[in-house]
Ligand binder design. Sequence first.
Ligand SMILES: Nc1nc2c(c(=O)[nH]1)N[C@H]1C(S)=C(S)[C@@H](COP(=O)(O)O)O[C@H]1N2
Ligand SMILES: [Mo]
Length: 418
Amino acid sequence: MSVEKEHFQQIQKLVRWLTVTVVVFLIVTVVFVVYQHTSDQVIEPNFDSKIIVDPSKVQGAPSSELGHRSKFDSPKRIATYATASRTPLEDLQGTITPSDLHFERHHAGIPEIDPAQHELLIHGLVEKPIRLKLSDLKKYPSVSRICFIECSGNFRYGKREMTPGEVCGLTSQSEWTGVLLSTILRDLGVKPEAKWLLAEGADGALMARSVPLQEALTEAIIAYGQNGEAIRPAQGYPMRLVIPGFEGNTQIKWLRRIEVTDEPVMTREETSKYTEKVKDGKIRMMSFVMDARSIVTYPAYPKKIEKGWQELRGIAWSGRGKVTKVLVSVDNGKTWQEAHLQGPVLEKAHTAFKYMWNWDGKPTRVLSKAIDETGYEQPTYNQLVEARESRGGYHFNPVVGWDIEKSGEVYLADIKDI
Ligand SMILES: Nc1nc2c(c(=O)[nH]1)N[C@H]1C(S)=C(S)[C@@H](COP(=O)(O)O)O[C@H]1N2
Ligand SMILES: [Mo]
C-alpha cells in the first residue's frame, strides 16, 4: 500500500468518526430539547421559590362598557326570604354599601316600572297639585346626601353561629341624589292647616305611611339617584322617598303619590304593623327615628383570629344625628375604651370605627356601644326588655358582641348576659 493510500484511508476514518460524533451529538441535543419541551417538569430559578405569574408581562383584558368585581371577590347579600335580603356588613370596606349589596325589604316584590309610564302625584293641602314624571323631577335643583336606611325590624339573634349581616344587615348606606321635598312643596304652596303627609308606593303592597310635615320638610328627598347611578329597581326605581334617620318603612319606594294632610292617615303600616310594645301594656306608634347602634364587624363569626395585634372594626350609626363616641370593651364589659372614628363623621350615617387591640390568646368577649350627639347611649338587651316588656320587635338595638375562644374562633355572644 502506498503512503498516499494509507494516508487517505486514515483521513476517511477520521471523517467517519467525526460524522458519527456530530450525528450522535445532534440526536442527543434534539432528544434533550424535545424532552425539555414535552415533559411537565417545572423550570425553576436556582433559588427555592415558585415562578410567580407576572401580570406585568402579559396583555390584560380589554376595556368594556360595564365593570365587574374581581372573580376572586364575591360578596353576596344574605337572601333567605323572598321579601327581604341583608347586607353582608362583614364584607364591606368603608361606609358606602355597593348598590347591588343594599339590603332589600319589599312587601309585594319588586315592580318593574318604566319611567315613561310613571307619575308622582302631589296633592291634598297644596295650592297647586302636580303630576311629575322623572324628567320633570330632574328639572328641580338637586341635592346629594350620604345616609343610612335601616329597617325598624333590624335585629335577629338566637344562635352563636351568626354573622354581623345576619344579626343586623337590614341597614345600608348610599349617596342619594334627588330633590328636597321642601323645594317642590315651596313651589306648590302648602296650605296653613297642613301638618302631615302620606306617601304611597306603586308596588303591589301599596305601602303607605304618614310622616309629620315639619320633619319631612327639613330633610326628606325624593331621590332618583343612588351611588352615582339611577336607583336600583329593588331600592325604588325610578323614585323613592329618603328621610334620613327615619325607619325604613317611611321611605316609600316606587313613590307614586304624596298627599299633604292635616292629620296622620293611620294606615295599616302604622297601626297594626310597625308599632312596638312598651311598659304597662302600652303600644308605641309612629316611632320614626332610628336609635343609635353599633356592631363590631371584625373580628366576628365566622372568622378565626390569631394571637397578637388586631384592628377591631365596626360601624355605628344614629338616626338622631352624628355618632359622637363608640366605646369598645375587650374584657367582657369590665372596662371600656374609646374607638377611633373614621372621619368625616356624617349625620345619620354609618360611621366606621376602629380600635387596635393586642389579643393575648385568652378567651374573651368583645363589645361595642354607640353614643350619639344627643347623648343617647345604646342600651343593653336587658335594659330594652325591661323598657319594652318584650324580647324583640321593632326598634330593638341592643349592644351585641363576640366571644373569642382560645382557638381564635369567634361566636355571637349570648345577648342575655351582656
Ligand atoms: N312601596 C314600598 N316602599 C317600601 C317598602 C315596600 O314594601 N313598598 N318597604 C319599606 C321597608 S319596610 C323598608 S325597611 C325599606 C327598605 O328599603 P330598601 O329595600 O331600599 O333597603 O323600604 C320601605 N319602602
Ligand atoms: Mo322595614
